[in-house]
Design a protein around this ligand. Structure first.
Ligand code: ARG
Length: 644
């Protein structure tokens, strides 16, 4: 704060303008909003508290950096256009903003370039990797940091063991990773949780399959792929049996209709039923449910080996989990306790031996949900109910986000409503479903299902090919394989985060790996180019200081330079907006806009070859841009490369 006060004093301002709940040291826009609100309040007599929230971003830079919609001030009985003019005329001379511009009922404010540059660039260079982020948002009590941070669970990715890692899991991983970073940057304590699909009769099927088709060696080498292969093989047998049973059933019916003796076929049929995979798997799973050590041990090994493998793959995406939970981890006691409450509160009812919750009384759309099958076994939904309460007991979270495809909208709506009906609105209100649309064209032929590793390898290979098309550049890359891998991952992630979450998009390998258009490789290029500018300048002029925050910035007067500074100044405010929208595209759109502004600036703002003071000032600008770009990319979960 002292630094800021001193800088503002040097610019001719006594004191730091600060409206309540604003963060002038972190966010330049807060300074300007407070400053404009103060001045307007003094000249118009309207309370600054009313003015402050009406000062909004402009859609076009020609309209200013901030604008005020005069009708939003709610001053009755005035001609709004006249009033706008009056406000502008009475606006006093300011060291920070130019005389306002009136456009109908709007008043637009432009920041004066020189003070803006002087405030923003050194601030970025000093705050470095934290520029834009605001760790006080997650405080329980902003006035008393000792009260600690609010706690958030982000549950994301959540694939199913021995099943393909499909597009829904990919999107959940990418979006969930972003949300976890976002809330961490906003000062929340974030628990990253993976809720594996690892329970149910199919894991009995899998264990049987491993007995028949499994290989210890392959299991150790490639647990995820191998378990899937085993599962596909055993499922085929199980399916054949089911088909056969169906045939027999028809045969029996026909024979009986004809008055023939069907007892031999009936016996065959019964034998299949008793000895078939389905029944064996049921029995096996029952042993798991009963906690029988051998059965449980085998299953646990599958689970542990799969998790080890997942960890490696997630690491490639810069993701680490705090908690590998899963459907198997939900305790019977939690589900029983929930069942008792549902029964007592008459939330649930018996229905032909099963237990259901009729949610149609709250909303038709919610339908009726089964919470216990006839044979007493739990279901996906039952486990989610138990899990939510367990998480509340374990973490006492303030908020929990489920990052799950929109195909499961109904499931999560049912879950939240059931919790509410059970009298736990307190928990339900803390839960949020973050949903998303589908990826089109990523599904492959049956049996050749894709795993996350394969997807990343495919895209990395493709990226390597694309890099090779520019041979001279390719020669300079130190580790092309590793770079292709990172660029490939960026390609997939950026394509995923480009649109609004709820939109579907086609998986388009050619487009996402292109260096042209708004792609991951393009963004990486923008970052690498800024790094290279610095490297080249340092080669040409070895005496460049490490700390560029004190160089003379008054030389930065070109439109391209000023426009860049205006964009950089916006980043902390944009971060706030991303916390509101919870949309990765909010960040990505901003980064692409900046990348475009950068690429059109290079011809106008040469670094190497310019006079030293000019070179230093431009270098400071580009260093600030690189920092901001890097902060945004990392927030999205990307790994900014320095060269390629
Ligand atoms: N494993 C589930 C699936 O693949 C997703 C789990 C989502 N999370 C939850 N709490 N239900 O469909």
């Amino acid at each position: 704060m002292d630094d800021l006060a001193a800088s503002l004093k040097a610019l001719g301002l006594d004191g730091v303008p600060q409206q309540p709940n604003t963060y002038p040291t972190l966010n330049p826009f807060d300074i300007y909003r407070s400053h404009i609100a103060d001045l307007l309040s003094k000249s118009s007599g309207i309370d600054a508290k009313i003015i402050y929230p009406t000062l909004a971003w402009t859609a076009k830079p020609e309209n200013g950096d901030l604008q005020l919609a005069v009708p939003a001030l709610r001053q009755k009985g005035k001609n709004m256009a006249e009033f706008a003019k009056e406000l502008a005329e009475k606006f006093p001379e300011s060291p920070l903003v130019q005389p306002p511009m009136v456009n109908g009922t709007w008043v637009g404010f432009f920041f004066k370039p020189a003070p803006l540059t002087q405030l923003v660039i050194p601030a970025i260079l000093k705050s470095g990797a934290s520029y834009g982020f605001n760790p006080s948002l997650g405080l329980r009590d902003p006035a008393n940091p000792a009260a600690g941070k609010k706690k958030m669970i982000v549950e994301f990715s959540s694939p199913n063991i021995a099943k393909p890692f499909h597009a829904g899991h990919l999107r959940s991983t990418i979006i969930g990773g972003f949300l976890a970073n976002l809330y961490e940057a906003a000062g929340w304590e974030v628990v990253r949780m993976n809720y594996l699909g690892d329970w149910g009769k199919q894991y009995g099927v899998l264990a049987l399959g491993f007995d028949k088709f499994g290989s210890e060696e392959e299991l150790l080498q490639n647990p995820i792929g191998h378990l899937y292969d085993v599962y596909v093989k055993i499922s085929k047998i199980s399916k054949d049996e089911a088909d056969l049973l169906k045939e027999k059933k028809e045969q029996i019916a026909k024979m009986k209709a004809n008055g023939e003796d069907a007892s031999a076929v009936e016996a065959e049929s019964a034998k299949i039923q008793e000895e078939g995979i389905d029944e064996q798997a049921r029995k096996y799973f029952k042993r798991m449910v009963d906690g029988e050590p051998v059965a449980l041990g085998i299953w646990k090994r599958f689970r542990d080996l799969s998790i080890e493998k997942y960890k490696q793959t997630y690491a490639r995406l810069n993701i680490r989990y705090d908690d590998y939970s899963g459907e198997s981890q939900v305790k019977d006691e939690s589900m029983d306790a929930a069942a008792r409450i549902m029964e007592e509160k008459k939330v649930s009812e018996d229905s032909e031996g099963a237990v259901i919750v009729d949610l149609t009384k709250y909303s038709k759309k919610l339908g009726k949900a089964i919470v216990k099958k006839k044979d007493g076994t739990s279901l996906y939904l039952t486990r989610d109910i138990g899990a939510a309460f367990e998480r509340m007991d374990k973490y006492n979270f303030d908020k929990m986000i489920y990052v799950v495809a929109s195909q499961q909208d109904l499931h999560l709506a049912q879950l939240f409503k059931i919790m509410e009906a059970m009298g736990r609105k307190d928990v339900a209100d803390r839960c949020q479903h973050i949903n998303f649309g589908m990826v089109l064209g990523m599904s492959t032929r049956k049996g050749t299902a894709k795993f996350l590793d394969d997807i990343l390898r495919d895209v990395g290979d493709k990226m390597h090919e694309v890099m090779r098309t520019n041979e001279s550049k390719y020669q300079q890359v130190v580790d092309p394989e590793a770079t292709a891998d990172i660029l490939g991952i960026s390609a997939v992630m950026v394509q995923d985060m480009k649109g609004k979450r709820i939109n579907n998009y086609p998986f388009d390998m050619d487009r996402m790996t292109s260096f042209e258009g708004d792609t991951g490789p393009y963004l990486q290029y923008a970052h690498a180019r800024l790094c290279s500018i610095y490297r080249k300048a340092a080669e040409a002029a070895p005496e460049i200081p490490d700390d560029l925050s004190t160089v003379d910035l008054s030389i930065l007067t070109e439109t391209h330079a000023v426009d860049l500074v205006r964009q950089l100044a916006l980043w902390p405010d944009l971060f706030l907006n991303a916390v509101k929208t919870q949309e990765p595209t909010t960040v990505l759109t901003y980064l692409f806009k900046m990348a475009h502004a950068l690429s059109s600036s290079y011809d106008h703002l040469q670094v190497v070859g310019s006079e030293k003071p000019v070179m230093l000032a431009r270098l400071a600008l580009y260093a600030a841009a690189r920092q901001t770009l890097s902060n945004g990319m990392k927030l999205l979960g990307l790994n900014p490369v320095e060269r390629y």
